[in-house]
Design a protein. Structure first.
Length: 197
């Protein structure tokens, strides 16, 4: 679906340039966009390396595990089907911890590992379990305390105050996560009623 959306956007841009009679705008935009993307990538390398190093130090020092223990009571309430000592719970907690720190790149492999572990507990292998759906909803809404990736992007773009978005990010992601959890619970109740009938 996303491929169709991207193709439609590109096609609209080309058609719009052709209608205006200046098709060279497409070529100029393509070249300048590619140039800016490369510059941005080079600017991000150092910042992401710094944050990745700090997270690795925090992980080795036990800070990530400490954060995981702090949110464990919440994860037990959100995922009652997962046994507390199962590897799936550990993977879910680590993925949520990475999300809290705004580390989208680190969260992706952790999220995949969590889904693999959740699939092992899934009785119906061809259908997502309640825990899987809850995990996807929470990960997609992603409560973030320190938006490290966005701060890195703002710093790379020479923002005068890259951390200015911290407060609004916490408020916005807290609201989105609350809505995701409520929607998940409502859909779960509706589905359980439907299948009981």
């Amino acid at each position: 679906m996303i491929n169709i959306i991207w193709f439609a956007m590109l096609a609209c841009g080309i058609v719009s340039a052709a209608i205006q009679g200046d098709i060279r705008l497409v070529t100029e935009a393509t070249i300048s966009g590619a140039e800016e993307a490369v510059k941005m990538a080079f600017n991000l390398i150092g910042i992401i390396a710094l944050w990745s190093g700090l997270v690795k130090i925090a992980e080795d020092a036990g800070l990530i595990q400490m954060l995981a223990k702090l949110i464990q009571p919440l994860t037990r309430a959100l995922f009652p089907e997962i046994p507390p000592d199962h590897p799936a719970m550990g993977a879910v907690v680590l993925s949520m911890s990475a999300n809290l720190l705004g580390l989208g790149n680190a969260c992706t492999p952790l999220g995949i590992k969590a889904m693999e572990e959740l699939q092992k507990l899934n009785a119906h292998k061809d259908t997502a379990s309640n825990s899987m759906c809850t995990f996807v909803a929470i990960t997609a809404s992603s409560l973030t305390l320190i938006p490290t990736t966005v701060i890195a992007l703002r710093a790379a773009a020479k923002s005068s105050n890259p951390t200015a978005i911290v407060g609004t990010t916490i408020a916005a992601t807290a609201a989105s996560t609350a809505v995701a959890i409520i929607a998940d619970m409502l859909f779960r109740k509706a589905a359980s009623r439907r299948f009981k009938l």
